[in-house]
Design a protein around this ligand. Structure first.
Ligand SMILES: [Zn+2]
Ligand SMILES: [Zn+2]
Length: 272
């Protein structure tokens, strides 16, 4: 991996590959920053290093240099100098490089430390968030468990109420049937009493008809007689006792109602 010095302006830090401005205070800047920070074209009488604020009085305190020199430049730049000067120049250039790389290492260590602290803080926050989330999940799970238990109890209670309601409905049906049986018995008793009265009236009429040779019940003329039924025909045959049609219908109706009530009672007994 190629290593490049970087512009010493902390807002820039661009890698320097072609040309740069170097200072005698061992700082280096890109051409853009050197121009904007007043290093290449000083506005005041004195110019200062943007990095360390060192006053750069002499013209050669800040010079532009080619970072990829041509072979001709490499040949001619130190040519003609005596060996001590050559070694001094090389030594100062090496010190410049060492200072820049050391500063870069410090900067990277500072960045690493800052990022590590940020990472530690974020990790702590994340642990806290996870812990809180787990606590909340546990609380919600406990709540769900409690609610499920309560739901089971309510379901059980509901089932018991449903069973009780069915039992009550069954008893209500039985009571209704018993009431209907008793009611039909009472009605049948009343109908039997009415039938007995009607039969007594019929017998009284028969007794009265024997005392009248016409065989007709008073108040009933021949023309107003209703059509013959088998039983009335039998009752109207010569020599037989005669009763009125209304009386016969009363007896027949009582008989039918009594029979219907008996059937109804049998039905209720079966359902009970
Ligand atoms: Zn720069
Ligand atoms: Zn400086």
């Amino acid at each position: 991996m190629d290593f490049y010095l970087r512009c010493n302006s902390l807002k820039c830090r661009a890698p320097l590959k072609e040309r740069a401005v170097v200072t005698t205070c061992s700082h280096i800047f890109c051409l853009h920053c050197a121009g904007s920070l007043g290093l290449s074209h000083p506005t005041a009488n004195e110019r200062a290093c943007p990095a360390c604020q060192a006053v750069l009085v002499n013209p050669d305190d800040a010079v532009a240099t080619a970072l990829n020199p041509t072979e001709d430049y490499k040949t001619s730049v130190l040519s003609g100098l005596d060996p001590n000067t050559i070694m001094e120049c090389a030594g100062r250039a090496l010190l410049f490089w060492t200072y820049q790389t050391t500063q870069e290492i410090f900067y990277q260590e500072f960045l690493a430390k800052t990022l590590t602290e940020k990472y530690t803080n974020l990790n702590t926050q994340m642990d806290k968030v996870v812990h809180n989330a787990n606590s909340e999940i546990s609380a919600l799970q406990a709540r769900i468990s409690d609610m499920e238990t309560a739901q089971d109890q309510l379901r059980k209670k509901n089932q018991e109420l449903v069973d009780m309601y069915r039992e009550k409905c069954k008893k209500f049906t039985q009571m209704t049937n018993l009431y209907n049986i008793l009611k039909s018995r009472a009605m049948r008793s009343q109908m039997q009493t009415a039938a007995t009265d009607t039969v007594s009236q019929a017998l009284d009429s028969l007794t009265a008809s024997r005392n009248h040779p016409t065989g007709l019940v008073p108040g009933h003329s021949e023309s107003s007689r209703p059509p013959h039924t088998p039983m009335s025909r039998q009752l109207n045959t010569p020599g037989a006792n005669t009763i009125s049609l209304a009386q016969y219908r009363n007896i027949e109706r009582v008989s039918w109602v009594s029979h219907a009530l008996q059937l109804e009672e049998q039905h209720y007994r079966m359902t009970v």
